[in-house]
Design a protein around this ligand. Structure first.
Ligand SMILES: [Fe+2]
Ligand SMILES: [Fe+2]
Length: 474
């Protein structure tokens, strides 16, 4: 399973033995690079960035660090090694050997799953393309670029599956990945959260903490797939994803640390005083959290979904940690509890477990988010601040699913539309909040220097010292 870096497209799938596939991907490669030049990080083409590149698919120690110009990054195809004798872990094919070819009867569903995942990867690069111009440090700039090149590689992972297993329509789908654009009125990206703006670094860190974590949960569910090439692709993607989550969590953690320091110094929690002192007040951070959490929850889809049931039953997409769950992995006779609004109140409703798999994945995701928020709150506690951040109720500010037509406060009270409208500005970032956060976003690009509103990281990337030059500008 060693990676072949001698060929044009680095890979560990013996691409050279399939000339047709190799040619098709070599044909896609320059178009991918055109997309990167047009929609990748703005003004970055000649920068030398201290990036990690995969050298093996072993979860421990796969990374090699060096200066790379991003257009020269070795994007390629890396799958984890096949597991000997692997069988379907769930669904109607449970116990049968996994597939190495696309099962004809599930082809359309499988393609849809891959395209939907694949589309999110270039979308986030597009969303983040202007952040380099307002970076808070070289360390953060390097992390942004690392996330961006890896999202590019995730696109490669999905495009490989489309090319290798879906013939002509797979190739067409791969081309369309490079044609849609985040936020474009005519050709938007497929999912809502990937058409939102990421205009500042508070948004970026919230996005990587929350929306990349959705990525983790979707990939983890696909890593259970009975279509083995998909399982093996997503397993390696998960090892890259972990860094994106770290960037988000530590980014917000450092902002909280700085804000708590200034709160202590000035002995105030007054947002106006803290803003005047050049740090981001906690209520503003809470509103950003509310926004990004709610739009990310929508990515899981409707609570009750026949598609989710089909994906599971046919063995295409499992649950989070499927093989660690102690049940029959078929779920036809099982139930799952949903929260729904009924008669102006939140009530619990028991539903068929197969139909509610989206909700189950969303609930697993929320538990993981909560653990991260708890870690943030420990930073506030240590910093001597009395306030805490909290995840809003899952019914808050939703656009998809049963909560879409309801009005639920962050605390989980069911409101009338009128009351909601009166109070929503306290819960979601306002134009003034965005303008204030934007006003802090001056570019800091000297080695070892950090913007005032964010604390330095506790350690460098690849154990580099604080003054390390993570990005060399052209
Ligand atoms: Fe990704
Ligand atoms: Fe990611």
């Amino acid at each position: 399973m060693s990676i072949d870096y001698a060929s044009k497209i680095p890979n560990n799938v013996d691409l050279g033995s399939n000339k047709t596939l190799q040619r098709a991907l070599e044909h896609w490669q320059p178009r991918y690079l055109d997309w990167w030049r047009e929609m990748g990080p703005e003004g970055s083409l000649a920068h030398e960035v201290y990036l990690r590149t995969a050298i093996s698919v072993d979860p421990k120690g796969w990374a090699h660090f060096d200066y790379v110009k991003m257009p020269d990054y070795r994007w390629g195809i890396f799958l984890t090694p096949p597991e000997e004798g692997r069988t379907h872990a769930f669904g109607t094919h449970k116990g049968q050997p996994v597939w190495n070819e696309v099962p004809g009867e599930y082809r359309t569903h499988l393609r849809r799953v891959i395209v939907t995942q694949g589309d999110t990867e270039p979308a986030s690069v597009e969303q983040q393309r202007q952040l380099g111009a307002i970076c808070p440090s070289l360390y953060d700039l390097r992390n942004l670029y690392q996330v961006n090149v890896e999202e590019g590689r995730h696109l490669w992972a999905m495009v490989y599956l489309l090319h290798a297993y879906f013939g002509r329509d797979g190739r067409e789908e791969a081309d369309e990945m490079l044609q849609r654009r985040s936020g474009d009125a005519d050709k938007p990206r497929i999912l809502g959260a990937f058409n939102e703006k990421t205009p500042d670094w508070l948004s970026f860190f919230m996005f990587t903490f929350l929306t990349d974590r959705d990525g983790k949960y979707q990939l983890a569910a696909l890593a259970e797939s009975g279509f083995d090439p998909l399982a093996r692709s997503t397993r390696f993607m998960l090892t890259e994803e972990a860094h994106h989550l770290f960037v988000g969590e530590s980014g917000i953690g450092r902002i909280l640390q700085r804000t708590a320091e200034v709160m202590k110094e000035l002995r105030t929690d007054d947002p106006a005083a803290l803003r005047a002192a050049g740090v981001i007040d906690l209520p503003t951070i809470q509103r950003y959290l509310n926004f990004h959490f709610s739009v990310t929850l929508d990515l899981y889809g409707s609570e009750v979904s026949s598609n989710a049931s089909i994906f599971y039953t046919s063995g295409l997409k499992g649950r989070f940690d499927e093989t660690k769950i102690a049940d029959d992995h078929v779920l036809t006779g099982s139930h799952y509890d949903l929260s729904v609004v009924e008669g102006g109140k939140l009530v619990t409703q028991s539903e068929n477990a197969l139909l509610t798999l989206n909700e189950r994945l969303r609930d697993d995701y929320i538990v993981d988010c909560q653990a991260g928020v708890d870690r943030w709150n420990r930073i506030l506690e240590k910093g001597g601040a009395a306030q805490r951040l909290q995840l809003p109720h899952k019914g808050f500010h939703r656009k998809i699913g049963s909560f879409a037509k309801t009005f639920v406060s962050p605390e989980g009270e069911v409101l009338t539309e009128k009351t909601w409208n009166e109070r929503a500005s306290a819960w979601l970032p306002s134009d003034a909040d965005h303008a204030f956060v934007q006003s802090l976003m001056g570019r800091v690009a000297e080695p070892g220097k950090y913007a005032h509103w964010i604390a330095p990281p506790s350690r460098g990337i690849d154990q580099k010292p604080e003054s390390f030059e993570y990005v060399r500008f052209a």
